[in-house]
Write a protein that binds this ligand. Structure first.
Ligand SMILES: *[C@@H]1O[C@H](CO)[C@@H](O)[C@H](O)[C@H]1NC(C)=O
Ligand SMILES: *[C@@H]1O[C@H](CO)[C@@H](O)[C@H](O)[C@H]1NC(C)=O
Ligand SMILES: *[C@@H]1O[C@H](CO)[C@@H](O)[C@H](O)[C@H]1NC(C)=O
Length: 437
């Protein structure tokens, strides 16, 4: 009898366990079906095809990490919009709200310290440059985005699109946002935005054609944006560039090899700027065909390439000494070509140790003197300027005067005055320095 009772007891519990398991399986199946249904409904593209790319990781385990970031455009937009609304950190002047690393938890490798981060800044209509830049650089990028009023919807959409749909961006790029207090975002309905990775560059590319500096009544805080992005960079070296320029394809890898061979530059207490000669390329040239210095020199000899700012401000670049650079042989590894002395008003683009670099003076906004003031301070601080052979930076279009906005002259005059003040202040800041600019 006791045995029988035990047996019955056993069957009863077995039954319970089987029922529980069955319920769990049915529930799981049900939820999977619901999830698939939902993703089909929400991410149907305009032509009715289902976008697998929005939900990578479902089949492909190599992309599994992307789900951690959130995966879907709409989810990322929601997350960013919540952060924008809750933002309560201001810049020193109190005129801008700053949101550092708006999608923290994106798949940036935390401890890759011995590397170079590209530091850059833009308004939302220039974000599309990250499509190419992130692929060419194939390494960490820290970008500050300026947005305001109704532009914020587009800015947030574009960042979400890039993270959800472009693997290079989701793996490499940290985004930060600055918004003027006087022009806070206009709330918008998240569901208004069509969400699809099929949108490709059409929607991400400049909806509005306005220039950074050309928005009436809104000051573009270029130096604040640069500082935010420098601050967030997680590597020991930074390379501060304009977002519409492209470094030579192997620059990051070869710089990292170079710095490994020359450990003295990491430990040295005397700061050094590794100057990357910059050029403008005729817009008819396929810029992706320029891989090496040899390629560049070929197009250069056809006058389809010229030094950066050749027409706009030749004295701002000429001390790079393009002639000497052109004559150095094209090695297949990175080396210092030569050192140059800084001369006013030289403003090269360069790679430097983040810990050496003076921050930008955030009083400079809009056009004029914003970069030069920082290069000038670097010089007074004791930087040496080493021009790198084999490395270059390209702007895909000749820069010509007519592309500028109306108030350029006015802003330049105001900033010239500020620059005079700035130079006086440098004397007090570096009393031991025998350099001035
Ligand atoms: C995912 O798997 C399903 C079913 O096995 C297949 O039909 C679909 O093409 C796969 N998607 C991708 C992106 O590989
Ligand atoms: C980061 O650090 C961990 C632990 O020290 C190490 O295992 C890993 O390889 C590092 N990753 C990189 C990219 O250096
Ligand atoms: C980024 O782009 C480069 C060049 O196209 C490619 O080799 C690399 O695998 C990409 N990285 C990721 C994470 O997609």
């Amino acid at each position: 009898m006791a045995v029988f009772r035990h047996f019955r007891h056993c069957t009863f519990w077995k039954l319970i366990v089987i029922l529980v398991l069955a319920t769990i399986m049915l529930q799981t199946w049900h939820m999977m079906m619901l999830f698939q249904l939902e993703s089909k409904v929400r991410y149907k593209s305009s032509n009715g095809e289902i976008q697998n790319e929005v939900f990578p990781g479902k089949n492909d385990t190599s992309q599994g990490q992307r789900q951690e970031t959130g995966g879907s455009i709409e989810y990322l937009m929601k997350k960013m919009w919540e952060k924008v609304r809750a933002a309560n950190v201001f810049d020193q002047s109190g005129s801008y709200v700053v949101i550092d690393n708006i999608l923290e938890g994106s798949n940036i490798e935390e401890n890759r310290t011995q590397d170079v981060t590209i530091v850059t800044q833009c308004s939302s209509n220039h974000l599309h440059h990250l499509l190419t830049l992130s692929k060419i650089w194939n390494g960490p990028i820290s970008v500050s985005v300026f947005t305001h009023d109704q532009d914020t919807q587009f800015a947030i959409y574009t960042i979400a699109y890039l993270i959800a749909c472009v693997k290079n961006v989701s793996k490499q790029v940290l985004f930060h946002i600055a918004i003027p207090v006087q022009n806070l975002p206009i709330p918008f309905d998240l569901h208004d935005t069509t969400v699809s990775c099929n949108d490709r560059t059409d929607t991400v590319q400049s909806k509005s054609e306005h220039l950074n500096y050309g928005v009436e009544g809104v000051e573009y805080p270029n130096n604040l944006l640069r500082n935010i992005a420098i601050h967030a960079a997680k590597t020991s070296f930074v390379f501060i560039i304009d977002i519409d320029t492209l470094p030579s394809p192997d620059l990051r890898v070869s710089f990292n090899v170079f710095i490994k061979r020359h450990k003295q530059f990491i430990d040295s207490s005397s700061p050094i700027a590794f100057v990357v000669p910059s050029f403008e390329v005729n817009s008819k040239v396929d810029i992706s065909s320029i891989h090496t210095k040899t390629d560049l020199k070929k197009v250069w000899s056809d006058s389809k390439v010229r030094p950066f700012y050749f027409e706009l401000c030749w004295k701002c670049q000429r001390y790079t000494d393009y002639e000497q650079w052109g004559q150095l042989p094209d090695f297949d590894f990175l080396e210092i070509g030569y050192f140059v002395d800084w001369e006013d008003p030289w403003e090269p683009f360069f790679i430097a140790k983040k810990s050496d670099l003076p921050l930008y003076d955030e009083r400079f906004r809009q056009y004029g003197f914003n970069r030069i003031s920082q290069v000038c301070e670097s010089y007074v601080k004791g930087f040496r300027f080493a021009v790198l052979n084999n490395a270059f930076l390209l702007h895909h279009e000749f820069k010509v005067p007519k592309n500028f906005h109306a108030k350029k002259e006015e802003e330049q005059n105001r900033n010239r005055q500020l620059f005079r003040e700035f130079k006086k202040e440098l004397k007090l800041k570096y009393p031991m320095s025998d350099r001035s600019c």
